[in-house]
Design a protein around this ligand. Structure first.
Ligand code: NDP
Ligand code: GDP
Length: 335
């Protein structure tokens, strides 16, 4: 069904309810916006913290219901699912930053791998009819065995994060096959936005460039400029998640642009946007070089194009400009 399409005559108009784990994250905030615009009652799982970190969903606070739970606490998940009684459950929560997965490998495995089983088990206990989405990752391809990467490309993860995501992917496939669940796994390639965490390379660059332009910093310390990623816009990618759960049959889909760019190209474009020469400011710092690298990612989204009717709508240049402009606005307002 196309995005923003009203139900056809005779089609059910019963209220749809969605529960999102990871609603405070980048994707959670865009997905919540999309689902609200599609008429859903939206519930989100949040963790208790000593200070609230609801910045990305602040603008939605009156329209969504937040429930406290944690991926590691099975009974809290059961309770959140009971309370929200969702028709769709999107499991976006994870320890999602690759370098942290070397510093905290066990925690990463518990959240990003075992956490998926806990959500699936909680869902099965409350209502196995719920449609389930698992946030899988192109990091599962790691040291790529095929170019470009499709749903049939074998995995070769290169970080504890990638390994944990492979588990999360296969447990989703296994529960679909074992228990006949409507469980789908989206193998999403890197997707970014002005709401991306500051530690990821795109946001680090757009924030850093803006700080230099505004006289708040004098250099930008970077790691490997040669690695290549297939970067898209998060706002486009959450549509693919939703479309997967609107299909009669659950399945796995690669979601990507089909284009790849180096980190150096990203840096160049971002500095160009503010009229500065990147080579005067970028310093290579070994602290940002990883123990094992994923050198090249480029996705083959033909199945998502054909079955879901999904296409990326935002070019790489537009994405970088959007992110630089947003960081310039944010930092200028603070000056
Ligand atoms: P973020 O890091 O921005 O958000 C992660 C979310 O998970 C946050 O809401 C965080 O909550 C929550 N979370 C972490 N641990 C727990 C826990 N133990 N219990 C409950 N909630 C928890 O990630 P993104 O939005 O960028 O990504 C969404 C998902 O998609 C992740 O699973 C990520 O691994 C995956 N993915 C992302 C890609 C990308 O390019 N963005 C590419 C492919 C996959 P809190 O705010 O409290 O920390
Ligand atoms: P990832 O693909 O999920 O690991 O997303 P990141 O945005 O963290 O990293 C993308 C690529 O940028 C990786 O190949 C990194 O090695 C590379 N990179 C180069 N310099 C940096 C840096 O300073 N920070 C980060 N996060 N990545 C960097």
């Amino acid at each position: 069904m196309p995005i923003n399409c009203a139900p056809a005559q005779g089609e059910s108009t019963l209220a749809k309810r969605a529960l999102i784990t990871g609603i405070t994250g980048q994707d959670g905030s865009y997905l919540a916006e999309l689902l609200l615009s599609e008429g859903y009652d939206v519930y989100g799982v949040v963790r208790r913290a000593s200070t609230e970190n609801y910045e990305r969903i602040e603008h939605l606070r009156g329209q969504i219901t937040l429930l406290q739970a944690d991926l590691l606490d099975q009974s809290s998940l059961v309770q959140a699912i009971r309370e929200s009684n969702p028709t769709e459950l999107y499991n976006l929560a994870a320890q999602s930053f690759v370098p942290t997965s070397w510093a905290q490998p066990v925690l990463t495995a518990e959240f990003t791998a075992i956490g998926v089983t806990k959500v699936l088990e909680a869902m099965r206990a409350v209502n196995p009819e719920i449609r389930f989405y698992q946030a899988s990752s192109s990091e599962m391809y790691g040291k790529v065995l095929e170019v470009p990467q499709s749903e049939d490309t074998p995995f070769y993860p290169r970080s504890p994060y990638g390994v944990a995501k492979v588990y999360g992917h296969y447990i989703t496939v296994n529960y679909r096959e074992s228990y006949n669940l409507h469980a789908s796994s989206g193998i999403l390639f890197n997707h970014e936005s002005p709401r991306r965490g500051l530690e990821f390379v795109t946001r680090k660059v757009t924030d850093g460039v803006s700080r230099i332009k505004l006289g708040l910093a004098t250099e930008l310390r970077m790691g490997n400029l040669d690695s290549q990623r297939d970067w898209g816009f998060a706002g486009d990618y959450v549509k693919a998640m939703w479309l997967m759960l609107q299909q009669d049959t659950p399945d796995d889909y690669v979601v990507a642009t089909g284009e790849t760019h180096t980190v150096k190209e990203l840096v160049q474009l971002a500095f160009d946007r503010v009229g500065l020469d990147w080579e005067k400011y970028v310093v290579i710092d070994p602290r940002f070089i990883r123990p094992a690298e994923v050198d090249l990612l480029i996705g083959q989204p033909a199945k998502a194009n054909k079955v879901l009717g999904w296409v990326p709508e935002t070019s790489f240049q537009t994405l970088v400009n959007m992110m630089v402009d947003a960081d310039m606005d944010r930092l200028s307002a603070r000056k």
